[in-house]
Design a protein around this ligand. Structure first.
Ligand code: ADP
Ligand code: MG
Length: 238
């Protein structure tokens, strides 16, 4: 059974159609990356999967269940926001445990889950600090930690590294790859950066103006791009 499946998914904003008949099955534990130029619909498609945008037509299945009409909180998916979305007045532990607290999880259980997430992300020594007393990479890990504690069916990332400097981007790319190896969770990751896509993805979905231009492993796309658009985007020699 696919972890997440899109069937004939379409999206209009008023008269403008921005997602056009997208069919895609994402397997459990798969790391799938949506790539494509700015404005091609990557964020919209991810937000539709998260339930932050409605679906104009088609179905979104999560864990075999029709989630098309479900609100974000029912889908069991975690949207990882960028590090600047941390609460500045809360400690690292409070930031990571916030959604659990909101969901009514008891303090003992909250502390246990936060400790486990901190272990995975190597943040154990920083739990009492405020975000401003952390490095950029540590802050980004806290942002991820806030999602991990909820043990989601899948993680959804929208260009999580785009605001970071080049060195930190490389560090965080490695962190995210390691996180995927450790948690073995389904991950859907949006980027316009070919290098990120080629190094992180099990499969890449190339979007062109709201349609899937090609789906394949990095190797397949590089060696057999379906058309010039994909070839140019992936940077393959075709
Ligand atoms: P990407 O993330 O690939 O850069 P987006 O999904 O953000 O692309 O946007 C796809 C298209 O949809 C763009 O043309 C954008 O202007 C349009 N769009 C996105 N959000 C809205 C909205 N809330 N209302 C109207 N148009 C939107
Ligand atoms: Mg976007």
């Amino acid at each position: 059974m696919a972890s997440i499946e899109l069937k004939g998914v379409e999206k209009w904003f008023g008269e403008v159609q921005v997602i056009k008949g997208v069919d895609l099955a994402i397997e459990e534990g798969e790391f799938v990356i949506f790539v494509g130029p700015s404005g091609c619909g990557k964020s919209t498609l991810l937000r539709m999967i998260a339930g932050l945008e409605g679906t104009s037509r088609g179905q979104i299945m999560v864990g075999g269940r029709d989630a098309t009409a479900e609100p974000p909180s029912k889908r069991g998916l975690a949207m990882v926001f960028q590090s600047y979305a941390l609460y500045p007045h809360m400690s690292v532990a409070e930031n990571m445990g916030f959604s659990l607290k909101a969901a009514g999880v008891k303090p003992d259980e909250r502390a246990r889950q936060v400790a486990e997430a901190a272990r995975v992300l190597r943040l154990e020594e920083y739990l009492d600090r405020r975000p401003r007393d952390l490095s950029g990479g540590q802050r980004q890990r806290v942002a991820i930690g806030r999602s991990i504690v909820r043990d989601p069916t899948a993680f959804l990332f929208d260009e999580p590294l785009s605001n970071l400097d080049a060195a930190l981007r490389v560090e965080m790319r490695y962190e995210i790859a390691k996180l995927h190896q450790t948690l073995k969770s389904t991950m859907i990751y949006v980027t316009h950066d070919q290098i990120e896509a080629m190094t992180l993805a099990d499969r890449i979905v190339v979007l062109e103006a709201g349609r899937i231009a090609q789906v394949g492993t990095p190797k397949e796309l590089y060696e057999h791009p379906a058309n010039l658009f994909v070839a140019q985007f992936i940077g393959s020699p075709k």
